[in-house]
Ligand binder design. Structure first.
Ligand code: NAP
Length: 306
Protein backbone atom coordinates (compact mmCIF):
# COMPACT_ATOMS: atom_id res chain seq x y z
CA UNK A 1 0.00 0.00 0.00
CA UNK A 2 2.79 2.35 1.07
CA UNK A 3 4.73 1.29 -2.03
CA UNK A 4 1.80 2.13 -4.29
CA UNK A 5 1.40 5.52 -2.59
CA UNK A 6 5.11 6.26 -3.01
CA UNK A 7 4.88 5.22 -6.68
CA UNK A 8 1.87 7.53 -7.20
CA UNK A 9 3.68 10.36 -5.49
CA UNK A 10 6.82 9.80 -7.60
CA UNK A 11 4.73 9.62 -10.77
CA UNK A 12 3.00 12.91 -9.89
CA UNK A 13 6.35 14.65 -9.23
CA UNK A 14 7.83 13.28 -12.44
CA UNK A 15 4.76 14.41 -14.37
CA UNK A 16 5.00 17.90 -12.86
CA UNK A 17 8.69 18.10 -13.71
CA UNK A 18 8.12 16.84 -17.26
CA UNK A 19 5.33 19.36 -17.68
CA UNK A 20 7.61 22.15 -16.44
CA UNK A 21 10.39 21.14 -18.86
CA UNK A 22 7.93 21.00 -21.72
CA UNK A 23 6.71 24.48 -20.90
CA UNK A 24 10.24 25.86 -20.77
CA UNK A 25 10.92 24.24 -24.16
CA UNK A 26 7.71 25.74 -25.50
CA UNK A 27 8.78 29.13 -24.21
CA UNK A 28 12.15 28.85 -25.91
CA UNK A 29 10.36 27.90 -29.13
CA UNK A 30 8.06 30.88 -28.74
CA UNK A 31 11.01 33.19 -28.26
CA UNK A 32 12.73 31.91 -31.37
CA UNK A 33 9.69 31.58 -33.61
CA UNK A 34 7.80 34.61 -32.33
CA UNK A 35 4.74 32.43 -31.72
CA UNK A 36 2.27 33.68 -29.08
CA UNK A 37 3.12 36.65 -26.96
CA UNK A 38 2.33 35.57 -23.40
CA UNK A 39 4.96 34.80 -20.82
CA UNK A 40 4.86 31.61 -18.83
CA UNK A 41 5.00 31.49 -15.07
CA UNK A 42 8.67 30.38 -14.85
CA UNK A 43 9.66 33.01 -17.39
CA UNK A 44 7.66 35.68 -15.58
CA UNK A 45 9.21 34.71 -12.27
CA UNK A 46 12.71 34.74 -13.74
CA UNK A 47 12.05 38.14 -15.33
CA UNK A 48 10.67 39.53 -12.05
CA UNK A 49 13.86 38.43 -10.31
CA UNK A 50 15.99 40.00 -13.00
CA UNK A 51 14.06 43.28 -12.76
CA UNK A 52 13.90 43.09 -8.95
CA UNK A 53 10.16 43.68 -9.38
CA UNK A 54 8.95 44.46 -5.81
CA UNK A 55 5.24 44.19 -6.74
CA UNK A 56 5.93 40.61 -7.82
CA UNK A 57 8.64 39.55 -5.38
CA UNK A 58 7.75 41.39 -2.19
CA UNK A 59 4.10 42.34 -2.08
CA UNK A 60 4.36 43.35 1.59
CA UNK A 61 6.62 46.23 0.59
CA UNK A 62 3.91 47.77 -1.66
CA UNK A 63 0.70 46.62 0.04
CA UNK A 64 -1.46 49.26 1.68
CA UNK A 65 -4.61 47.81 3.23
CA UNK A 66 -5.70 50.97 5.05
CA UNK A 67 -8.76 51.39 2.81
CA UNK A 68 -10.14 48.11 4.15
CA UNK A 69 -10.23 49.40 7.71
CA UNK A 70 -13.75 49.05 9.12
CA UNK A 71 -15.01 47.41 5.91
CA UNK A 72 -17.14 44.25 6.01
CA UNK A 73 -15.35 41.55 4.09
CA UNK A 74 -17.01 38.16 3.55
CA UNK A 75 -14.96 35.25 2.27
CA UNK A 76 -15.87 31.71 1.29
CA UNK A 77 -13.50 28.89 2.17
CA UNK A 78 -11.96 31.25 4.70
CA UNK A 79 -11.08 28.68 7.32
CA UNK A 80 -8.19 27.02 5.50
CA UNK A 81 -5.46 27.57 2.90
CA UNK A 82 -5.34 30.82 0.97
CA UNK A 83 -8.80 31.83 2.22
CA UNK A 84 -7.69 31.67 5.85
CA UNK A 85 -4.69 33.87 5.09
CA UNK A 86 -6.87 36.37 3.24
CA UNK A 87 -9.18 36.46 6.27
CA UNK A 88 -6.22 37.04 8.62
CA UNK A 89 -4.65 39.70 6.41
CA UNK A 90 -7.96 41.56 6.13
CA UNK A 91 -8.36 41.49 9.92
CA UNK A 92 -4.77 42.74 10.32
CA UNK A 93 -5.70 45.93 8.47
CA UNK A 94 -8.87 46.42 10.52
CA UNK A 95 -11.58 44.84 8.35
CA UNK A 96 -14.54 43.06 9.89
CA UNK A 97 -14.19 39.56 8.47
CA UNK A 98 -17.07 37.17 7.88
CA UNK A 99 -15.93 33.66 7.09
CA UNK A 100 -18.37 31.52 5.13
CA UNK A 101 -17.24 27.91 5.34
CA UNK A 102 -18.24 24.30 5.70
CA UNK A 103 -16.57 24.08 9.12
CA UNK A 104 -13.80 25.60 11.20
CA UNK A 105 -13.04 28.58 13.39
CA UNK A 106 -10.93 31.64 12.75
CA UNK A 107 -9.82 33.81 15.65
CA UNK A 108 -11.36 37.26 15.39
CA UNK A 109 -13.68 36.48 12.47
CA UNK A 110 -17.41 35.88 12.50
CA UNK A 111 -18.13 32.38 11.26
CA UNK A 112 -21.02 31.32 9.05
CA UNK A 113 -20.49 27.59 8.89
CA UNK A 114 -22.38 24.65 7.44
CA UNK A 115 -22.15 26.30 4.01
CA UNK A 116 -21.19 24.11 1.10
CA UNK A 117 -21.08 26.36 -1.96
CA UNK A 118 -22.95 23.70 -3.93
CA UNK A 119 -25.92 24.04 -1.57
CA UNK A 120 -28.14 26.97 -2.62
CA UNK A 121 -30.25 26.83 0.56
CA UNK A 122 -27.21 26.93 2.84
CA UNK A 123 -25.84 29.89 0.84
CA UNK A 124 -29.17 31.72 1.10
CA UNK A 125 -29.46 31.17 4.82
CA UNK A 126 -25.88 32.35 5.50
CA UNK A 127 -26.47 35.42 3.30
CA UNK A 128 -29.63 36.27 5.23
CA UNK A 129 -27.78 35.96 8.56
CA UNK A 130 -24.89 38.09 7.32
CA UNK A 131 -27.24 40.92 6.39
CA UNK A 132 -29.25 40.58 9.61
CA UNK A 133 -26.00 40.78 11.58
CA UNK A 134 -24.73 44.03 10.06
CA UNK A 135 -26.18 44.93 6.68
CA UNK A 136 -24.54 44.70 3.27
CA UNK A 137 -20.91 43.75 2.80
CA UNK A 138 -18.27 45.93 1.19
CA UNK A 139 -16.43 42.99 -0.30
CA UNK A 140 -17.39 39.41 -1.07
CA UNK A 141 -14.43 37.18 -1.88
CA UNK A 142 -15.47 33.93 -3.52
CA UNK A 143 -12.42 31.88 -2.66
CA UNK A 144 -13.68 28.30 -2.10
CA UNK A 145 -12.43 25.95 -4.79
CA UNK A 146 -11.51 22.40 -5.55
CA UNK A 147 -8.94 20.70 -7.80
CA UNK A 148 -9.27 16.93 -8.26
CA UNK A 149 -5.94 15.19 -7.57
CA UNK A 150 -5.08 12.94 -10.54
CA UNK A 151 -4.44 14.40 -13.99
CA UNK A 152 -7.32 13.41 -16.29
CA UNK A 153 -6.53 12.19 -19.80
CA UNK A 154 -8.48 10.78 -22.72
CA UNK A 155 -5.48 8.81 -23.96
CA UNK A 156 -5.10 6.75 -20.80
CA UNK A 157 -8.83 6.59 -20.15
CA UNK A 158 -8.53 8.44 -16.85
CA UNK A 159 -11.38 10.93 -17.27
CA UNK A 160 -13.56 11.20 -14.19
CA UNK A 161 -16.89 12.66 -15.22
CA UNK A 162 -18.24 12.82 -11.70
CA UNK A 163 -15.23 14.80 -10.57
CA UNK A 164 -15.51 17.07 -13.60
CA UNK A 165 -19.07 18.00 -12.68
CA UNK A 166 -18.11 18.40 -9.02
CA UNK A 167 -15.37 20.88 -9.92
CA UNK A 168 -17.72 22.80 -12.19
CA UNK A 169 -20.32 22.83 -9.42
CA UNK A 170 -17.88 24.16 -6.81
CA UNK A 171 -15.61 26.41 -8.87
CA UNK A 172 -17.97 27.80 -11.50
CA UNK A 173 -21.51 27.62 -10.14
CA UNK A 174 -20.35 28.06 -6.51
CA UNK A 175 -19.28 31.73 -6.80
CA UNK A 176 -22.50 32.48 -8.71
CA UNK A 177 -24.62 30.76 -6.05
CA UNK A 178 -22.99 32.68 -3.21
CA UNK A 179 -23.03 36.02 -5.04
CA UNK A 180 -26.67 35.52 -6.01
CA UNK A 181 -27.63 34.60 -2.44
CA UNK A 182 -25.93 37.67 -1.02
CA UNK A 183 -27.40 39.95 -3.67
CA UNK A 184 -30.90 38.58 -3.06
CA UNK A 185 -30.49 39.09 0.69
CA UNK A 186 -29.58 42.75 0.14
CA UNK A 187 -25.95 42.10 1.00
CA UNK A 188 -24.46 43.53 -2.19
CA UNK A 189 -25.31 47.14 -2.91
CA UNK A 190 -23.94 50.20 -4.71
CA UNK A 191 -20.20 50.30 -3.96
CA UNK A 192 -19.87 46.62 -2.97
CA UNK A 193 -17.22 44.55 -4.69
CA UNK A 194 -17.27 40.89 -5.68
CA UNK A 195 -13.90 39.18 -6.11
CA UNK A 196 -13.80 35.71 -7.59
CA UNK A 197 -10.62 33.79 -6.87
CA UNK A 198 -10.37 31.83 -10.08
CA UNK A 199 -7.29 30.55 -11.88
CA UNK A 200 -5.29 31.20 -15.00
CA UNK A 201 -6.16 27.54 -15.66
CA UNK A 202 -9.38 29.00 -17.09
CA UNK A 203 -7.54 30.96 -19.77
CA UNK A 204 -8.05 29.20 -23.14
CA UNK A 205 -5.15 31.16 -24.62
CA UNK A 206 -2.72 29.88 -22.02
CA UNK A 207 -3.69 26.26 -22.59
CA UNK A 208 -1.76 26.41 -25.88
CA UNK A 209 1.42 26.84 -23.88
CA UNK A 210 0.74 25.51 -20.39
CA UNK A 211 -0.90 22.30 -21.63
CA UNK A 212 0.98 22.20 -24.91
CA UNK A 213 0.95 18.76 -26.57
CA UNK A 214 -0.52 17.35 -23.39
CA UNK A 215 -4.04 18.58 -22.63
CA UNK A 216 -5.25 17.01 -19.40
CA UNK A 217 -6.82 18.31 -16.17
CA UNK A 218 -10.12 18.65 -18.03
CA UNK A 219 -12.50 19.09 -15.12
CA UNK A 220 -10.51 21.68 -13.25
CA UNK A 221 -9.56 23.84 -16.22
CA UNK A 222 -13.06 23.64 -17.69
CA UNK A 223 -14.49 24.66 -14.33
CA UNK A 224 -12.33 27.79 -14.26
CA UNK A 225 -13.19 28.76 -17.84
CA UNK A 226 -16.88 28.45 -16.90
CA UNK A 227 -16.21 30.41 -13.72
CA UNK A 228 -14.65 33.21 -15.76
CA UNK A 229 -17.62 33.44 -18.12
CA UNK A 230 -19.91 33.56 -15.08
CA UNK A 231 -17.81 36.38 -13.63
CA UNK A 232 -17.97 38.44 -16.81
CA UNK A 233 -21.74 38.01 -17.09
CA UNK A 234 -22.13 38.95 -13.43
CA UNK A 235 -19.94 42.02 -13.98
CA UNK A 236 -22.11 43.14 -16.89
CA UNK A 237 -25.34 42.50 -14.99
CA UNK A 238 -24.34 44.21 -11.76
CA UNK A 239 -22.57 47.19 -13.32
CA UNK A 240 -25.76 49.25 -13.33
CA UNK A 241 -26.26 48.39 -9.65
CA UNK A 242 -22.86 49.84 -8.79
CA UNK A 243 -21.37 46.47 -7.86
CA UNK A 244 -18.04 45.65 -9.48
CA UNK A 245 -16.67 42.18 -10.14
CA UNK A 246 -13.04 41.17 -10.50
CA UNK A 247 -11.65 37.77 -11.47
CA UNK A 248 -8.39 37.02 -9.71
CA UNK A 249 -5.73 34.44 -10.40
CA UNK A 250 -4.07 34.34 -6.95
CA UNK A 251 -0.67 33.21 -8.24
CA UNK A 252 1.02 29.99 -7.26
CA UNK A 253 0.55 29.34 -3.55
CA UNK A 254 1.96 26.61 -1.34
CA UNK A 255 -1.30 25.13 -0.14
CA UNK A 256 -2.84 21.69 0.10
CA UNK A 257 -4.31 22.20 -3.36
CA UNK A 258 -0.91 22.55 -5.04
CA UNK A 259 0.97 20.01 -2.92
CA UNK A 260 0.96 17.73 -5.96
CA UNK A 261 3.17 20.32 -7.70
CA UNK A 262 5.56 20.60 -4.76
CA UNK A 263 8.54 19.68 -6.96
CA UNK A 264 8.13 22.92 -8.94
CA UNK A 265 7.14 25.26 -6.08
CA UNK A 266 10.66 26.74 -5.98
CA UNK A 267 11.21 26.86 -9.74
CA UNK A 268 7.91 28.60 -10.43
CA UNK A 269 8.05 30.97 -7.45
CA UNK A 270 5.19 29.49 -5.42
CA UNK A 271 4.67 31.67 -2.36
CA UNK A 272 3.40 30.99 1.15
CA UNK A 273 -0.35 31.64 1.19
CA UNK A 274 0.12 34.63 3.53
CA UNK A 275 1.95 36.34 0.68
CA UNK A 276 -0.64 35.23 -1.88
CA UNK A 277 -3.32 36.69 0.41
CA UNK A 278 -1.74 40.16 0.26
CA UNK A 279 -1.52 39.90 -3.52
CA UNK A 280 -5.23 39.08 -3.66
CA UNK A 281 -6.22 41.91 -1.32
CA UNK A 282 -4.01 44.32 -3.26
CA UNK A 283 -6.06 43.59 -6.39
CA UNK A 284 -9.36 43.62 -4.49
CA UNK A 285 -8.54 47.15 -3.35
CA UNK A 286 -7.64 48.19 -6.92
CA UNK A 287 -10.83 46.70 -8.41
CA UNK A 288 -13.28 49.30 -9.65
CA UNK A 289 -16.43 49.66 -11.73
CA UNK A 290 -14.56 51.08 -14.73
CA UNK A 291 -12.58 47.81 -14.91
CA UNK A 292 -15.39 45.48 -13.90
CA UNK A 293 -15.08 41.97 -15.33
CA UNK A 294 -11.28 42.14 -15.56
CA UNK A 295 -9.30 38.88 -15.25
CA UNK A 296 -6.14 39.76 -13.36
CA UNK A 297 -2.99 37.92 -12.33
CA UNK A 298 -2.37 38.85 -8.69
CA UNK A 299 1.33 38.07 -9.08
CA UNK A 300 1.97 41.11 -11.26
CA UNK A 301 -1.38 42.91 -11.50
CA UNK A 302 -1.56 42.36 -15.27
CA UNK A 303 -4.59 41.18 -17.26
CA UNK A 304 -4.66 37.52 -18.24
CA UNK A 305 -5.72 36.70 -21.82
CA UNK A 306 -9.06 34.92 -22.09
N1 NAP B 1 -3.04 27.52 -4.44
C1 NAP B 1 -2.86 28.00 -5.66
O1 NAP B 1 -1.72 28.08 -6.16
C2 NAP B 1 -4.04 28.40 -6.48
C3 NAP B 1 -3.81 28.73 -7.83
C4 NAP B 1 -4.89 29.14 -8.60
C5 NAP B 1 -6.15 29.25 -8.01
N2 NAP B 1 -6.34 28.89 -6.71
C6 NAP B 1 -7.69 29.04 -6.13
O2 NAP B 1 -7.58 29.69 -4.89
C7 NAP B 1 -8.64 29.24 -4.02
C8 NAP B 1 -8.04 28.77 -2.71
O3 NAP B 1 -7.18 27.68 -2.99
P1 NAP B 1 -6.27 26.97 -1.90
O4 NAP B 1 -4.97 26.78 -2.53
O5 NAP B 1 -6.39 27.65 -0.59
O6 NAP B 1 -7.02 25.55 -1.82
P2 NAP B 1 -7.22 24.57 -0.60
O7 NAP B 1 -6.07 24.66 0.32
O8 NAP B 1 -7.53 23.26 -1.21
O9 NAP B 1 -8.53 25.15 0.11
C9 NAP B 1 -9.74 25.09 -0.56
C10 NAP B 1 -10.78 25.87 0.22
O10 NAP B 1 -12.03 25.77 -0.48
C11 NAP B 1 -13.02 25.24 0.42
N3 NAP B 1 -13.98 24.40 -0.30
C12 NAP B 1 -13.71 23.39 -1.16
N4 NAP B 1 -14.85 22.83 -1.58
C13 NAP B 1 -15.87 23.52 -0.98
C14 NAP B 1 -17.28 23.43 -1.03
N5 NAP B 1 -17.91 22.51 -1.78
N6 NAP B 1 -18.00 24.32 -0.29
C15 NAP B 1 -17.39 25.22 0.48
N7 NAP B 1 -16.06 25.35 0.58
C16 NAP B 1 -15.31 24.52 -0.16
C17 NAP B 1 -12.21 24.41 1.41
O11 NAP B 1 -12.99 24.24 2.56
P3 NAP B 1 -12.94 22.90 3.48
O12 NAP B 1 -11.93 23.21 4.55
O13 NAP B 1 -14.33 22.76 3.97
O14 NAP B 1 -12.52 21.76 2.59
C18 NAP B 1 -10.99 25.31 1.61
O15 NAP B 1 -11.31 26.37 2.49
C19 NAP B 1 -9.36 28.14 -4.79
O16 NAP B 1 -10.50 28.65 -5.41
C20 NAP B 1 -8.34 27.71 -5.84
O17 NAP B 1 -8.94 27.15 -6.98
C21 NAP B 1 -5.31 28.48 -5.94
Amino acid sequence: MRCAAARDCRATSERALRSFLRRVAARIRERTTGERGHTLTPAQFAQAQKDDNRRYLDIASVFDGSSLKGKRVAITGGSRGLGLEIAKAAMDVGAEVLVICRSGTVDGAKIYDGVDVTDAEACASAAKKIVEDGGPVDVLINNAGYFYGPCEKVTDNSLNFEEELKQIDICAVGPLRVSNALYQAGGLVQGSKIAIVTSQAGSCEWRFTQNKDEGGDYGHHMSRAACNIGGVLLAEELKSKGVCVVLLHPGFNRTEMTKKYESIWDIEGAVPPAEGALRVLHEVIRASLDKTGAFVNCEDGLRIPW
